[in-house]
Design a protein around this ligand. Structure first.
Ligand SMILES: NC(=O)c1ccc[n+]([C@@H]2O[C@H](COP(=O)([O-])OP(=O)(O)OC[C@H]3O[C@@H](n4cnc5c(N)ncnc54)[C@H](OP(=O)(O)O)[C@@H]3O)[C@@H](O)[C@H]2O)c1
Length: 309
């Protein structure tokens, strides 16, 4: 029989993921929705139809076989779980698609296990537009039988690819996800530096763009390059804001220090993102790293596309 599902956390990612599950995951209707700001849950419910809005976390958890969460950060997940653990959870499966630290995930999962619940960590790679298009990459870890319970909601429903770490502790998926964030920031740093280099040595960013697009035709290089060269990075429309990225970066730095990994490129990217935040505020996009590299190279933070080509 199809499971009854509740979804907690209807931010940009949660809206898209829950919508795809609603349409193509085989669940019992209604899908129960909960969001701290209830108005968002009502709007989402009205748009989808066939949903029910819960007015408390307890009301969302009670009818569900599977409770899927997608929350902002560690504090949010801790707060929501503190309430979840006040209710009976025996046999219920919790799936967390938030990005938080491996250690926090393991500790929350342990508390759920003690109360007879199941837990799968399912952090995702990909921005909200990719979530809408079911093009996320999901990383799954937890007990194999628990991961099996959510398999029907993954490939083709919410994502294009699953990295299956079933059998590993839940925090392992978060560890790999944070390493994915590492790759993103290090790539942004590389693309930012090569663009500034091209501008300073008069080859120009247009020519560099030709080479870069030919060498790396698929995102992320091409995507970040576009955000830099169109000036999107300083437009005020952040895809990933600096303050959130820096919060996760401090987790990454902590993990690297703990295991003695040398991460010089990443350190540089973090310093540059801090400089971008200091210059343009906490909501500047993560590709604002480009603006910081420009400043260090005697160029203005904002690019002037025409002159620079
Ligand atoms: N955006 C991306 O590009 C991206 C990509 C991959 C992974 N992620 C990860 O996915 C997760 C969600 O990201 P998002 O972009 O959807 O974030 P978002 O749009 O900012 O939404 C955050 C959600 O968390 C809820 N929330 C925050 N603090 C809470 C609290 N103390 N108690 C209860 N609910 C709380 C918010 O409720 P309200 O509506 O009431 O504020 C909202 O539903 C994050 O962990 C993020 O790192 C994001």
């Amino acid at each position: 029989m199809a499971p009854q599902m509740s979804f907690i956390g209807l931010g940009q990612m949660g809206m898209a993921i829950s919508e795809n599950i609603f349409h193509d995951g085989k669940i019992q209707k209604p899908l129960v929705l909960y969001n701290r700001t209830t108005a968002k849950a009502h709007e989402h419910s009205e748009r989808l139809g066939g949903c029910e809005v819960a007015d408390s976390i307890a009301a969302a958890v009670a009818p569900a076989d599977i409770v899927w969460l997608c929350l902002q950060d560690r504090d949010a997940v801790e707060e929501v779980f503190a309430e979840i653990l006040l209710t009976p959870i025996k046999g219920k499966l919790f799936v967390d698609s938030s990005t938080i630290s491996p250690e926090a995930t393991n500790s929350i999962a342990e508390r759920a296990f003690r109360e007879g619940g199941e837990f799968v960590a399912l952090p995702v790679m990909g921005a909200p537009p990719l979530a809408v298009k079911r093009s996320l990459i999901c990383i799954a870890s937890g007990k194999p039988e628990s991961v099996d319970r959510i398999r029907p909601f993954l490939e083709g429903v919410i994502c294009r690819h699953v990295i299956d770490l079933s059998g590993e502790a839940p925090g392992t998926a978060e560890l790999l996800k944070l390493m994915g964030n590492f790759l993103i920031m290090a790539t942004i740093e590389t693309v930012a530096e090569v663009n500034v280099f091209a501008e300073k040595c008069k080859i120009g960013t247009a020519n560099m763009n030709k080479l870069l697009s030919a060498m790396f035709p698929e995102p992320p290089h091409a995507l970040y390059n576009r955000q830099m060269l169109t000036g999107e990075y300083c437009s005020g429309n952040a895809i990933v804001g600096a303050s959130k990225a820096l919060q996760l970066a401090s987790e990454v730095m902590g993990l690297a220090n703990e295991c003695g990994a040398s991460v010089k490129i990443y350190e540089t990217a973090v310093e540059n993102l801090k400089a971008a935040e200091a210059h343009a505020g906490p909501d500047v996009d993560i590709t604002g790293i480009y603006g910081a590299v420009r400043l260090q190279s005697g160029l203005p933070f904002e690019n002037r596309l025409k002159e620079s080509q």
